[in-house]
Design a protein around this ligand. Structure first.
Ligand code: ZN
Length: 86
């Protein structure tokens, strides 16, 4: 699973609205991907704040910002590692 796929399912994952197989895949991704783990924790906290205010949908704006943040981190990590891997 790629980070983009993980992010796409993240809110459903946190809401428990995904099937068991997909949840296992997301759990596996979290085991090795630190960036998504951080994003997941941040999103979880944000969702809890929204829930306290009776708002259930994660705003599109926040979704996009999270997505951009992780994609730029992924790109950065990749370029930093280029010399040692290739
Ligand atoms: Zn990831």
């Amino acid at each position: 699973m790629k980070c983009t796929e993980f992010l796409k399912e993240l809110t459903d994952y946190l809401d428990g609205r995904i099937n068991e197989n997909l949840r296992v895949e997301l759990d596996e991704h979290l085991h090795w991907c630190h960036e998504c783990h951080v994003v997941m924790n941040t999103t979880k906290k944000t969702i809890e704040i929204y829930r306290d205010n009776q708002i259930y949908e994660l705003p599109e704006d926040l979704r996009n910002r999270l997505h951009q943040a992780i994609m730029s981190k992924c790109r950065k990590t990749k370029s930093e590692k280029t010399t040692s891997h290739e």
